[in-house]
Design a protein around this ligand. Structure first.
Ligand SMILES: Cc1cc2nc3c(=O)[nH]c(=O)nc-3n(C[C@H](O)[C@H](O)[C@H](O)COP(=O)(O)O)c2cc1C
Length: 189
């Protein structure tokens, strides 16, 4: 028997994305974003507030990177979701992390996170109900230790953080329990 819970933004799992961009002086900024999703094969949509320092940086620099945060870097991943570059000028420096400029877009790649998408700003979408930044993914990079023998990112090696909006937890998941476009095949007969 189900119980009514009222209005709950009930999507689980949510990603833990590290969105990074340069400010007008070339300083690295980064924030945590859970409200983000692939919206086309080469596009990502981030539902991020207009007032965030990172958002302003993206709109000016026209580029950003999106990394997947992993368990080993949970403290920093959370910190960049609490602190704002609007008030803390050394926000990135405090993490002790390292960044280098992407060869493909005008945005920083943070060394410590295992997988990154390099994006050009494709569109800013503002409606009554949402504010989204859409990026065109022009390249991705992954550490070798998260790749399988065929060179694909292996979620079992990634240790990606998952955000739970019900209770504000971070989780990890990597167990493969089935194959997509296959687990339901028998019902097609
Ligand atoms: C787990 C987590 C998820 C978050 N997801 C989002 C999000 O999807 N969109 C958003 O606008 N802010 C999100 N935030 C809040 C921003 O990361 C936060 O406001 C941050 O301080 C912005 O940094 P900035 O001003 O330096 O860009 C999230 C924070 C946490 C801890």
């Amino acid at each position: 028997m189900k119980k009514d819970l009222g209005v709950v933004p009930g999507v689980y799992p949510m990603p833990v994305l590290m969105v990074a961009a340069y400010d007008e002086n070339g300083k690295v900024g980064v924030m945590n974003a859970a409200w983000g999703m692939i919206c086309a094969m080469d596009k990502i949509a981030l539902f991020i507030g207009e007032g965030h320092k990172t958002t302003q940086n993206i709109l000016k620099s026209k580029a950003f990177t999106v990394s997947i945060a992993d368990k080993a870097h949970m403290d920093v991943a959370d910190f960049v979701g609490i602190a704002t570059g609007n008030k803390m000028s050394d926000k990135f420096e405090r993490t002790g992390y390292h960044a280098e400029k992407s060869k493909n877009v005008n945005a920083p790649i943070i060394d410590e996170f295992p997988f990154v998408m390099e994006c050009e700003l494709a569109e800013e979408v503002k409606t009554e109900n949402m504010h989204a930044i859409v990026g065109k993914i022009v390249n991705t990079q992954a550490e070798e230790n998260v790749l399988d023998e065929k060179g694909k990112v292996d979620p079992e090696k990634l240790d990606a953080l998952i955000f739970d909006q019900f209770k504000s937890g971070y989780y990890v998941s990597g167990e493969k329990v089935g194959k997509a476009w296959n687990a339901g095949k028998d019902l097609m007969k």
